[in-house]
Write a protein that binds this ligand. Sequence first.
Ligand code: SF4
Length: 397
Amino acid sequence: MTHCPADDTTDDAALRRALLAWYRAHARSLPWRDDPTPYRVWLSEIMLQQTQVDTVRPYFERWLERFPTLQALAEAPTDDLLAAWSGLGYYRRAHNMQKCAQAVVQQHGGQLPADHAALLALPGIGRYTAGAIASIAFGLPHPVVDGNVARVFARLFALEGEPSTPAMQRTLWAIAERLLDRDAPGDFNQALMELGSQVCRPRNPACADCPLQLHCAAFASGRQSELPTPKRRAARHREIAAALLVRLEPAAASAPPRYLVARRSADLLEGLWSLPTVTLARAEGRERTPELDRELAATVSLGSTMRQRIAELAAQVLGERAPEADALRPLRPVEHGFTHLEYTLVPWLCSIRVADDVPTLEVALDPAVFSAWRLVTRQELTELGVPRMIARVFAQL
Ligand code: SF4
């Protein structure tokens, strides 16, 4: 008979006690932990997906100032929402939060329900988030399994297999259910997550400081660095693109320059204000290496060909107002890693002198990519949702 850790109960009470005692002595003070209302717990869980605690803190506070209730969030204009999220990345999370807030207003009078099944039925709330809100905000006995918890369990019970596989997920959730402290589910779940992030770290776990060392199969066999079984890395794409940064410069020195920004209509950056771009080179599913970069750079031939391509883009977008290719000026490239894409953007500044203080322009953009465009000052730009990469382009001016 194979050993199934989900059935093993001998050690559970001691493990629970050790973990909770450690957590109560060592838990970090975090804004969502110190005042765990349902809205705050939910917001923190969504923001912390894919983003570090230190990055999230200021966003969390600012978000709650701007949208203090779910009602306020449900009614917020998309621009306000994306401006408040600007820089956190994975913008789909912000759109989904608003959909969820709208459902909560319609179905639950603006309050997240104190019921696991009702939480799960809301848009954008999966098993993990429902478990976190139910246990931490409402004290209900529901477990959680996130990346941190999965790593702790894989090591404690020496589980073989990638944590994301269906079979491993079943095992992990069964263990979480079995171990859960029914009297203090919120503290217990947070203790597991805290242990995973602070002690049982992905690399170099601090086993000497770990309250569960005595219970840990990986520690006993010296296999901490092998577990959990690493995920096979998905092939990433590599892309180099050029962006057109149009700056209108009024003759009057007192009038601020204005910049052309366009709103993305689809893809990962939906709703955000970005710049017209042209793809220069792309490699599908290849590891980024210096050789690949050289190969791509050669196809772009980074001097004259790129200037020509961006001049063509300027002609498409601006028609007769497009300047000569010689007048375009490259800025420093910015790089960004998306989940499946390593992206380098080379911005080109296209300055145009205009007579009016508040200039107008005829602009033609691909409607499949952009739903709207605006001419904005730097000040106005701060009130729009802008991808971090584009903010880094503007920071060079
Ligand atoms: Fe993780 Fe080490 Fe603790 Fe085991 S003893 S749970 S590997 S930190």
